[in-house]
Each structure stands twice: as structure tokens, then as C-alpha cells.
Design a protein around this ligand. Structure first.
Ligand code: RB5
Length: 151
């Protein structure tokens, strides 16, 4: 299952991505926001990051105005590798090199059709492993050290 969420700045794009996922037959849960009322992106970023970090969702998609705030929030959570992507190349690298488990998009940055294309690339790009796995292992080790206060 894919968890998706946005703030008001990403609402339109998040809804379009939800429709696109449904059209593709991809199982997802929309965790909000559900109206254009101004909300705080950390509240919604945390919902998806927790779901992915705790294994209730395999992967997640977060959208805010620029994607910056959602990236900052999601990467605070253990086990989360959230990637803010802007184009086909960064979407591919997010999967191939970073094994990003959350894709972050800017609703005020991207056109809807481009954004759905980036989601497709990220979903379809396998992790390359090898030297990239070594780097992910180092990120996980750093995360442990930070949690223990020894970093
Ligand atoms: C909300 O106005 C905006 O700050 C938010 O969507 C996002 O761009 C933050 O990074």
C-alpha cells in the first residue's frame, strides 16, 4: 500500500496523483488534507512518514507547495529516505541510487502530467544495490548514532 498526503499547497496535485494511482490500479491510502483550508505540512508529513517507517505502508508520496517542508519533516523519521524530485532524472535516481521510500513533490512547482510521470518513474525504477547499498547502510548507522546521542 502507498500512503499519500499533502498540505493545502499540494492538495490539487495530491488529488490528481490519487486519481492517477486509482486509474493504474495501485492500492493507496489518502491521509489528507482534504480541503483547501490552510494547514501545517508537518502534521500531514508525519502521518505518511510514520506509516512508512512502521511498515503500515510500503512507500509514500508527499506534496506541499515546494516539496521542501515535507522533505524536511519526512527525513526526521527513522528509516525514512524521502527524496524531493523535480524531473525525470532525479525521479530515476531517487529509486536507483537512494532507494527512496517516500517521493516528495512540489505542487506549486510541477505540472500535474509531469508529476504523474515522475511518480511512475520512481515506482518502476529498481534499486541498483551494490555501492549504493553500502551508502544506505551508512545512513542507517548514522541514524542509530543520532538516536543514541553518539553521533
Ligand atoms: C505553504 O504555504 C507552504 O509553505 C508549504 O506548502 C511548503 O511549500 C513548505 O515547504
Amino acid at each position: 500500500m502507498l500512503a499519500i498526503a499533502s498540505d493545502h499547497g499540494g492538495l490539487g496535485l495530491k488529488n490528481i496523483i490519487g486519481e492517477w494511482l486509482a486509474h493504474k490500479g495501485i492500492d493507496y491510502e489518502d491521509m489528507g488534507t482534504f480541503s483547501e483550508e490552510s494547514v501545517d505540512y508537518p502534521d500531514y508529513g508525519a502521518l505518511v512518514a510514520r506509516a512508512v517507517g512502521e511498515g503500515r505502508a510500503e512507500r509514500g508520496i508527499l506534496v506541499c507547495g515546494t516539496g521542501i517542508g515535507m522533505s524536511i519533516v519526512a527525513n526526521k523519521f527513522p528509516g525514512i529516505r524521502a527524496a524531493l524530485v523535480h524531473d525525470e532524472f532525479t525521479a530515476k535516481m531517487a529509486g536507483e541510487h537512494n532507494c527512496a521510500n517516500i517521493l516528495v513533490l512540489g505542487g506549486r512547482v510541477l505540472e500535474a502530467s509531469q508529476a504523474c510521470g515522475l511518480v511512475q518513474i520512481w515506482l518502476n525504477t529498481p534499486f541498483a544495490g551494490g555501492r549504493h547499498q553500502r551508502r544506505l547502510d551508512k545512513i542507517a548507522a548514522l541514524e542509530e548514532e543520532v538516536l543514541k546521542g553518539t553521533a
